[in-house]
Design a protein around this ligand. Structure first.
Ligand SMILES: N[C@@H](CCC[C@H](N)C(=O)O)C(=O)O
Length: 291
């Protein structure tokens, strides 16, 4: 019997990024890819972009180890919007205003503020090396890489910046993020052989040095109303190109995020809201046929 059968969950969202939070800190159970897919089942499941599973802490001083699943069952190292949802949930229950969590990508410090309805996640330092993202072949300069879709002499999208925020991101610079069929190009680019672990694909328009607009096709989850790590990736990529300041506001289809690429330690701070929708218990029938 799956540990998720009849288990409580919270449906939340981080500016429209659909998040389900499950607290398994009192259990040794691991969630399999099949179970994660079953949770998202259109037949009685809970629709989500990411499932955030809290597991017992593996390091002193941390609140939990968090496993992050996309709705296709794959695991991700980072999910900025999901972290804000987890943080809100825990802070509301315990009265805490700061906490440290561990994910596959490392330690994340989180706190409430700068206003009561805002949560900040220290997303750690970005990585720019081609092996870190990872890319399938060497690119010395990842501010722009050679990659395009469309006719070779007139590409539709080309020369993205690539960044790891604990997960792989490609950011294509465009004049209008709504002028492209991201549902068509997203899967092609997500699965392009240059990205051996696939990638999150973002269209970004730099409005001015303090404001950027983005839309993202998420690896393993598809078109989303918001992707926090993509907002971070875009902010650092734009600052690296000297086209934006290190503190920017990112507008996504679901809302706005404040991003600061802090000079003193290279860390990226992401600030935004997190919304609670409802609580429930998983229908055991969802897991009847999963390992
Ligand atoms: N929505 C997330 C990112 C989710 C992970 C991503 N799909 C991946 O597989 O890397 C965010 O808010 O950062």
């Amino acid at each position: 019997m799956s540990a998720l059968a009849n288990h409580a969950f919270a449906k939340m969202n981080g500016i429209g990024n659909e998040i389900v939070v499950v607290d398994l800190r009192d259990s040794k159970a691991q969630v399999s890819a099949d179970e994660a897919r079953a949770v998202a089942s259109p037949a009685g499941g809970v629709p989500y972009d990411q499932l955030m599973v809290l597991q017992p802490p593996r390091l002193d001083g941390t609140e939990a180890f968090i496993s992050i699943y996309n709705n296709d069952g794959s695991e991700a190292g980072a999910c900025g919007n999901g972290m804000r949802c987890v943080v809100r949930r825990i802070f509301e229950k315990t009265g805490q205003t700061s906490a440290t969590f561990q994910t596959r990508a490392g330690l994340l410090n989180c706190w409430q503020g700068p206003a009561p309805d805002l949560y900040t996640v220290d997303m750690d330092a970005p990585k720019f090396g081609w092996q870190d993202i990872p890319l399938a072949e060497e690119f010395r300069d990842t501010r722009y890489i050679e990659l395009q879709v469309g006719p070779i002499d007139n590409p539709v999208l080309h020369s993205p910046s690539v960044v790891s925020m604990g997960n792989p991101h490609a950011v294509f610079w465009v004049d209008d993020v709504n002028a492209y069929d991201l549902e068509r190009f997203g899967p092609l680019l997500e699965n392009h052989p240059i990205f051996p672990e696939r990638a999150n694909i973002t269209l970004a328009h730099i409005v001015d040095r303090d404001h950027i607009t983005i839309r993202t096709w998420e690896r393993g989850a598809g078109l989303t109303r918001a992707c926090g790590s993509a907002a971070c990736a875009t902010a650092v990529a734009a600052a690296r190109l000297k086209r934006a300041n290190r503190i920017v506001e990112i507008t996504l289809p679901g809302g706005k995020l404040g991003i600061e690429w802090r000079e003193r330690d290279d860390h990226v701070l992401m600030t935004g809201t997190a919304d609670f929708e409802y609580e429930g218990r998983f229908d055991p029938a969802l897991f009847a046929n999963v390992a």
